[in-house]
Design a protein around this ligand. Structure first.
Ligand SMILES: Cc1ncc(COP(=O)(O)O)c(C=O)c1O
Length: 435
């Protein structure tokens, strides 16, 4: 059967008449696509579009769908709460249960704060907390990391060309949004480069409130911390009284319940969570060391700690705590990665592929770990990856179109993986043959 997406095309044409850019999130359409694929529903590990095509989904809503689509126990918990109320302009008893559980689970959490809806809001609050705690105002952010859509977050997240980044010593602060305020208080640093960060702290430490980073730069290809990097950051932040913030919006519950701080054994002062902690329902929070996290005013928001999302987060934690939950995710991620390695070796394609909890990655063009975002330009074969993404889509598999970071969900199956590897093998043969 030929792959057809006519209804999506038609919907996009209509959307452009009433919706700015035809989209509500710039991430809903990859730049090279003429129109987004409109999805109708999801079930298990698959998502179904309006034209009736199904896709094994490894994008999983950019991370939140840790449990897969319509997980029966999560759905039942949410449905139960739905019968009671969503918003009551008051905390409920479950909120206390949730906060208590998070304090139990997350290493840095003496307390949690600011149950909002998005990762962007959590990071905004964390930055505010750091400023309140230190009385200082500057933020150090790593080139290539993504922390959300606020003016001070969406800075130097990526660039079309290496030259646009400026020099390592004096990197440009790239704005990504029309109308974005100048990020005067943001300082750009290099991932995996403690000398660079120490120099920044030495020269501007008196003004720096916090250092925020993704511990695994998952929004780049991804890029992993070198052994000692996170530990070194911890030491430097202590030395210069800079609040260390781990953005765990992706890694939270994805690498394990304790997130990256549990995985790497380095405890930040503050950590932000979103995405997977609600299992697909919008909830985020900030966790941290008592004296730091308590420094700012309590957050406010109409939808903050709404009962539906609190119920979803509690159910998600309960499901994640079941015996074998993470072992199963990791087993499936590893199976995919092993298969990719065999395929790439067969066609002589260099690959860096890793399984970490419910995340599996595929960087083509290199078998080395990337050190920082700048490595992307010289080492990564993005064209080949994009070719695979497009070919997979036509064969009923949805990969992350932007970068080689993909997700298993609790409902992924061995059959999904076997089919995906078969398709990747065929597509790789084709791509290599065309070179
Ligand atoms: C690491 C990281 N932090 C923060 C965010 C922002 O989260 P949200 O899109 O929920 O605002 C994202 C979103 O992709 C992210 O990947």
């Amino acid at each position: 059967m030929t792959y057809k997406t006519d209804k999506s095309k038609e919907l996009f044409q209509k959307a452009q008449r009433c919706l700015v850019g035809g989209l509500s999130s710039s991430f809903h359409k990859a730049a090279w696509n003429e129109y987004p694929i409109y999805m109708d529903h999801g079930k298990g590990s698959k998502v179904y579009d309006v034209d009736g095509n199904s896709y094994i989904d490894y994008l999983n809503a950019f991370g939140p769908n840790l449990l897969g689509y319509v997980h029966p126990d999560l759905t039942a918990a949410v449905a139960k709460q739905l019968q009671k109320a969503t918003l009551m302009a008051a905390p409920n008893a479950d909120l206390v249960k949730l906060a208590d559980k998070l304090v139990d689970i997350i290493p840095c959490a003496d307390k949690v704060s600011a149950f909002m809806s998005s990762g962007s809001e959590a990071n905004m609050h964390a930055i505010r907390v750091a400023r309140a705690y230190t009385g200082k105002k500057k933020i150090v952010k790593i080139e290539g990391c993504y922390h959300g859509s606020m003016d001070e977050e969406k800075v130097s997240c990526d660039a079309e060309r290496l030259e646009a980044l400026g020099s390592r010593e004096n990197p440009n602060k790239i704005k990504h949004i029309k109308g974005q305020k100048d990020p005067d208080d943001v300082i750009i640093a290099m991932f995996n480069d403690l000398d660079n960060i120490e120099h920044i702290f030495k020269t501007q430490g008196d003004d720096i409130a916090c250092m925020i980073l993704e511990t695994i730069m998952a929004n780049a290809d991804p890029i992993y911390p070198k052994p000692g990097f996170l530990e070194g950051l911890r030491t430097l932040c202590d030395q210069y009284q800079v609040v260390l913030i781990f953005d765990e919006v992706i890694t939270g519950f994805r690498l394990g319940l304790q997130g990256a701080q549990g995985y790497f054994g380095v405890t930040p002062d503050l950590a932000t969570f979103g995405k997977a902690i609600g299992g697909g329902y919008p909830i985020s929070c900030v966790a941290g060391r008592e004296e730091v996290v308590s420094a700012a005013t309590v957050a406010s928001g109409t939808f903050a700690a709404n009962a539906l999302c609190v119920a979803a987060a509690l159910a998600t934690i309960e499901i994640c705590q079941r015996p074998g939950f993470y072992e199963n995710l990791e087993r499936m991620s590893q199976k995919m990665v092993d298969g990719i390695q065999v395929i790439c070796a067969k066609y002589g394609v260099k690959v860096n592929t890793k399984a970490i909890g419910g995340m599996w990655t595929m960087i083509l063009g290199t078998d080395e770990d990337l050190v920082d975002y700048r490595d992307h330009y010289s080492k990564v074969d993005s064209k080949l990856y994009t070719k695979l993404v497009q070919g997979c889509m036509e064969r009923g598999i949805r990969l992350n179109p932007w970068r080689g970071r993909n997700y298993m969900c609790a409902q992924s199956t061995d059959e999904d993986i076997a089919y995906t590897l078969q398709v990747l093998d065929e597509l790789m043969a084709q791509a290599v043959g065309e070179k």
